[in-house]
Design a protein around this ligand. Structure first.
Ligand code: M6R
Length: 603
């Protein structure tokens, strides 16, 4: 949520690099963007409302200062930028980051929420501060400036951080200092170590600087970093001591993080499911066995996630019931605090997340840790906060997922949970074989003919007002996930239901031609699913069946392979394709749905 990118180094086109970095981070927020550049003893800012998209850095305009890029002035250049997902204040240029103080002394970019900003704002207003925006961020800039009256810049940032209640990542520059200071608590910040002397990048996510380096330092919570011509220094804000950081090499490639020949990241990532599933399955089985053992021994296990990852957790509840005959609880991250009275050192929490940075899930972990719960993370970003604070980590190995709508991470997470359920039942090899077969069948299924076939149904339903998805058992959460995919991509009202629940109310929503997607795998629920589908058809519903069989009740059949217990994995893929095609047909941006961001780092 919000993308941050900064450059310190000898290259003489720092603002251009920042613009390109922000473009690679735009999936984190795209309401507005802005860049700050230190040059000629001043800091200059350019901001705009809307997506940074195809902005050409030649059009950068730093106003009356009329500075020209590329002129060598200082030994090192410093620039930082931000792409915003609005929290406090509307989407306007005034509310876009970076934010200055009135005297242009301090400039800041920020990701997160300053929960107590109103109280601090009043305090500063009483001392004479004037604010131009409605943001909490501008208050941070003013607070730093206020502390600078009596303290050094470094101390002022440190003191300010200690007053911020909430999660944040900030980058700060000061007019008379050729340095950049960054600090974090709860929101991600990663340092890229460049190839040149004293060359560093700071970003919310690795893909932003992957073209330049794959060497990184992770900033942990309550840590501060200062970069200047002498190099980089890390500090622990709790002990106020300088600390050492290990440089880690990342195995993501720039090709994985780029669109290549695909029109959008989303379709690239859907297609990558030909191989990502295999990567998820073919990893060290020791960690799977270890986590399965922990689930077996725990008094209580909670699967926790948000959004799509939450729906995956819900599928897990069914997989464990059916395969391992073991009860596990599912809970959304944002609802987890309601269970706090049942947590103790015999509880296990299995967190599912693509980014490993989702604030609601991180907060659930904090609640659990306070009560001695053991934490397992099933994550894609192996170096994320969630991975680093968990006791055990199962990486899903899906590679960078940049489209806001989760696709390949979802199926890889489903594969890991299926494997865990089999391992818990003592049959990890059986699970592995099932998933290897599923991956092979997905490889055959994902081809241009399949996409064209789904396009026909997308064209037929592209103007409807509402659509519904039904499923039973482990495919009930898939119906809920299908609804998320269709909502975020098509902006059409979509809702998922348990097949048996329609007759208790939602059937009243069905009228002539209402599209209903019915998930009908070959399993113990097939007969009931067909009955529920007939009930809908009798009320005029237009039935799109996703099934290995072409049942008579279907008006349009989308064929999927018969993969038994792993039917949730194959059933969601045609819906991902349908949702993508609806977005394209309705001229929505499939990679950046309105009002959303990839990584939700606010509560
Ligand atoms: O990074 P996470 O998996 O923790 O993200 C959780 C949700 O925000 C995410 O799954 C969201 O629902 C997706 N954009 C849906 O496609």
């Amino acid at each position: 949520m919000c993308g941050i990118f900064a450059y310190h180094g000898p290259k003489k086109n720092a603002p251009e690099m920042v613009i390109e970095g922000l473009k690679r981070l735009e999936y984190r927020g795209y309401d507005s963007w802005g860049v700050a550049y230190k040059k000629g003893g001043e800091i200059h800012v350019h901001k705009e409302v809307g997506k940074i998209g195809d902005f050409d850095s030649k059009n950068l305009n730093f106003g009356s200062s009329n500075i020209s890029l590329g002129e060598v002035e200082d030994q090192y250049e410093i620039s930082m930028g931000h792409s915003r997902w609005a929290t406090h204040g509307k989407v306007t240029e005034e509310n876009a980051h970076p934010h200055f103080t009135e005297d242009k002394n301090i400039v800041i970019v920020h990701n997160g929420i300053f929960a107590n900003y109103l109280e601090v704002k009043k305090e500063l207003e009483a001392k004479g501060s004037k604010f131009e925006s409605d943001t909490d961020t501008e208050v941070i800039a003013h607070l730093i400036n206020d502390y600078c009256k009596k303290h050094s810049f470094e101390e002022a940032v440190d003191k300010t951080c200690k007053r911020i209640e909430g999660r944040y990542a900030i980058l700060v520059m000061k007019k008379d200092r050729s340095c950049i200071i960054a600090a974090r608590k709860g929101s991600p910040l990663i340092i890229g170590v460049g190839k040149e002397e004293n060359e560093f990048f700071i970003a919310s996510d690795i893909p932003a600087f992957l073209p330049y380096t794959n060497q990184v330092n992770y900033l942990d919570d309550n840590q501060l970093v200062q970069i200047d011509k002498t190099g980089i220094k890390f500090f622990d804000m709790e002990t106020n001591k300088e600390i050492e950081k290990r440089t880690i090499e990342i195995d993501w490639t720039i090709e994985e993080a780029e669109k290549g020949d695909f029109a959008h990241f989303m379709i690239k990532e859907i297609t990558e499911q030909k191989s990502t599933l295999t990567r998820a399955i073919n990893q060290d089985t020791n960690i799977i066995e270890e986590v399965a053992e922990a689930i077996k021994n725990a008094e209580n296990t909670y699967f926790v996630g948000c959004g799509t990852a939450g729906k995956v957790g819900m599928v897990g509840e069914y997989l464990f019931a059916n395969i391992a005959k073991k009860h596990v609880n599912f809970c959304f991250g944002s609802e987890f605090s309601n269970y706090k009275h049942f947590l103790n050192d015999k509880t296990l929490m299995v967190c599912i997340s693509q980014s490993g940075e989702t604030a609601d899930t991180l907060e659930a972990i904090e609640i659990a840790k306070e009560r001695g719960v053991t934490i397992v993370a099933i994550v894609n970003v192996e170096t994320s906060t969630m991975a680093r604070i968990s006791d055990m980590v199962i990486p899903i190995k899906a590679g960078p997922e940049k489209a806001v709508a989760s696709t390949k991470a979802t199926t890889s997470q489903l594969a890991i949970l299926t494997l865990l359920a089999y391992a818990c039942d003592g049959g990890i090899n059986k699970g592995k074989q099932l998933l290897i077969n599923t991956a092979a069948q997905i490889n055959d299924m994902l081809n241009p003919r399949y996409e064209e076939y789904i396009l026909k149904i997308a064209e037929k339903i592209m103007h409807v007002e509402s659509m519904y998805i039904i499923g039973r058992g482990s495919n009930y959460p898939i119906a809920l996930e299908a609804a998320i995919k269709l909502q975020e991509l098509s902006y059409i009202h979509a809702e998922g239901f348990a097949g048996g629940e329609l007759k208790h109310g939602p059937l009243a929503l069905i009228s002539e031609g209402t599209p209903v997607i019915s998930l009908v795998p070959n399993d113990e629920n097939t007969k009931e699913m067909i009955s529920n589908t007939i009930e809908i058809k009798s009320r005029g519903g237009y039935i799109i069946g996703i099934s290995p069989e072409n049942h008579e009740v279907f008006d349009y059949w989308i064929s999927v392979p018969d993969t038994h217990e792993s039917s949730p994995i194959v059933n969601i893929i045609p819906i991902q394709i349908l949702a993508y095609q609806l977005a394209v047909l309705r001229k929505n941006d499939p990679d950046k749905p309105r009002n959303l961001a990839k990584s939700v780092t606010v509560k």
